[in-house]
Write a protein that binds this ligand. Structure first.
Ligand SMILES: CSCCC(=O)C(=O)COP(=O)(O)O
Ligand SMILES: [Mg+2]
Length: 261
């Protein structure tokens, strides 16, 4: 078995979700279709609620920022001109969400709405999160060895907690010391990793970040974070240069902690 030694200064393991702890297929074939199939009904049912209105405001603000992009879908300001006007606004939100999802955009606005929509599906047992089989045993082992384990995903913190709270392995939320999403910054920006280290109360060099996406690994590395790129079934391929440059693992069991034999 391939073994990757974790540097002695590492005391925090920071995990990406999609393509790292969890198959991309679970996100693309189960979570995302749920949004596309239910977004219109969700908006119609929850429109008057404050949380839904906040989600729509954030999406509208994002739509204004995106107005220069080809294919961008504007969301008109809600007026009080009756039911037809409301249906028109809801349809614009639906179209905007579908447009963003067609590009797999990771905007905070989209991710916030998705997290709120998945809540009902997870709580009702209609969806259970999937983790690669090596993930939970490895995380338990790291924690027994004194490591802290955090998650950093483009999925909202609320969505992350749903995944770990309602999984095929049961409620494993207690295995995670804390969660970060794009509210701290985007995953391809080095500053995000500095802010995460500040928030945890450690140095960036105390963190090992595991991700499937090389631009994320590169941003983390520029902030002095240790990185390993995770190869999983269904992930995008790496170039030969990337394969040579990055430390690669195909299972969390390949990580060897300094104290473990
Ligand atoms: C955390 S929940 C769903 C996954 C998701 O929406 C997503 O964008 C995953 O992004 P990641 O940063 O974990 O690759
Ligand atoms: Mg990922």
């Amino acid at each position: 078995m391939v073994v990757l030694s974790v540097p002695a200064e590492v005391s925090v393991i920071l995990l990406d979700i999609e393509g790292t702890t969890t198959p991309i297929a679970f996100v693309k074939d189960i979570l995302f279709p749920y949004i596309k199939e239910n977004v219109k009904e969700y908006l119609q049912t929850h429109w008057e609620e404050e949380e839904c209105q906040q989600d729509v405001s954030l999406l509208r603000k994002q739509a204004e920022e995106d107005s220069h992009l080809v294919g961008a879908v504007p969301i008109p300001a809600a007026s009080e001109n009756g039911a037809d006007d409301l249906q028109h606004t809801i349809q614009a939100v639906v179209d905007n969400v579908c447009w963003q999802m067609s590009l797999d955009r990771k905007t905070t606005a989209l991710k916030q709405l998705q997290g709120h929509m998945w809540r009902a599906a997870f709580a009702a047992g209609r969806v259970k999160a999937e983790f690669f089989e090596d993930v939970v045993p490895a995380v338990r082992k790291w924690r027994e060895a004194g490591m802290k384990v955090y998650v950093y995903s483009s999925g909202s913190v609320e969505a992350q907690k749903l995944l770990f709270g309602y999984s095929t392995e049961g409620d494993i939320l207690e295995l995670i010391d804390g969660h970060f999403d794009t509210k701290i910054g985007h995953k391809v920006e080095s500053e995000s990793y500095r802010k995460i280290a500040d928030s945890i109360g450690c140095s960036t060099s105390n963190i090992l970040f595991l991700t499937d996406i090389t631009p994320e690994a590169s941003a983390a590395e520029k902030a002095d974070v240790h990185v390993a790129v995770v190869i999983r079934p269904g992930n995008a391929g790496l170039t030969d240069d990337e394969k040579t440059y990055y430390s690669l693992i195909t299972s969390f069991s390949e990580l060897h902690l300094p104290s473990s034999c």
